[in-house]
Design a protein around this ligand. Structure first.
Ligand SMILES: [Zn+2]
Length: 242
């Protein structure tokens, strides 16, 4: 079971770990990791790891219920593969990239908070990139006036510099708070006894597995760069950070 360091410390930029598995010449599993694996619309982190004196890039990571598998940009040779197993390694994240993902992720939570509180809209899809992010929302109309309102409300929350906090709830407690469930599809994790909440204190809290900034002012100004009609009850909003 990989210990997921990024769940409780979003600002961990480097860490020491033990290699517990080398499934093939291009992938590696640590006992613990701060390297975020693609999920919930947030892309994988990039990182570097030194194995037997050689630097390898981690370019993509995926999560199974038990572990996080990190993909390397180049192959290990058989000797490196066997000497890597059980060795202690130092891993350094590409912090510029991760921090951009964090700023965009929190910005999307502000967007979904605004449209949920103002228009009861839920999320039907979304994606974070380094330079932009988008959400698909169950909105029947999205006029210019509505967009202007959404943009100004988002920037109000940014300027309030609200704290962003991680909390854990039992599944039983979480079920009593339906407002925490923001996905329109039933994507409730089954058989999990603790659920993770990302709380923009005093504004909006949602179930979430991603990484976020500590204070909303770190996001910078949010601009709606594009909107698209994705059907009768679905609108796409794309944002940029300035
Ligand atoms: Zn999220």
């Amino acid at each position: 079971m990989t210990e997921l360091l990024y769940l409780n410390d979003h600002y961990l930029k480097a860490f020491d770990a033990t290699v517990v598995e080398v499934p093939d010449l291009r992938s590696i599993v640590f006992d613990k990791t701060a390297v975020y694996p693609r999920g919930g619309g947030q892309p994988s982190d990039h990182a570097t790891v030194t194995l037997d004196g050689n630097r390898f890039e981690i370019v993509e990571s995926t999560k199974t219920p038990e572990k996080v598998i990190h993909q390397l940009s180049s192959e290990l040779n058989e000797f490196q593969r066997s000497s890597a197993l059980n060795s202690n390694v130092h891993v350094v994240l590409d912090w510029d990239l991760r921090y951009k993902h964090m700023r965009h992720h929190t910005a999307l939570h502000i967007l979904s908070g605004v449209v949920f509180h103002k228009f009861e809209a839920k999320i039907t899809g979304g994606q974070i990139y380094a330079e932009r992010a988008r959400l698909d929302l169950s909105l029947s109309d999205l006029s210019k006036e509505k967009q202007a309102l959404i943009e100004s409300e988002m920037n109000r929350v940014v300027s309030e510099n609200r704290e962003v906090r991680v909390e854990w709830l039992s599944a039983e407690e979480a079920l009593k708070r339906s407002e925490l469930y923001r996905l329109s599809a039933d994507l409730l994790p089954k058989g999990v006894d603790r659920l993770r909440i990302v709380d923009i204190v005093g504004f909006d809290a949602q179930l979430d597995g991603g990484t976020h900034v500590a204070r909303t002012r770190e996001i910078g100004r949010i601009k709606i760069s594009k909107s698209e009609n994705k059907g009768k009850d679905s609108k796409r909003i794309e944002i940029l950070l300035c």
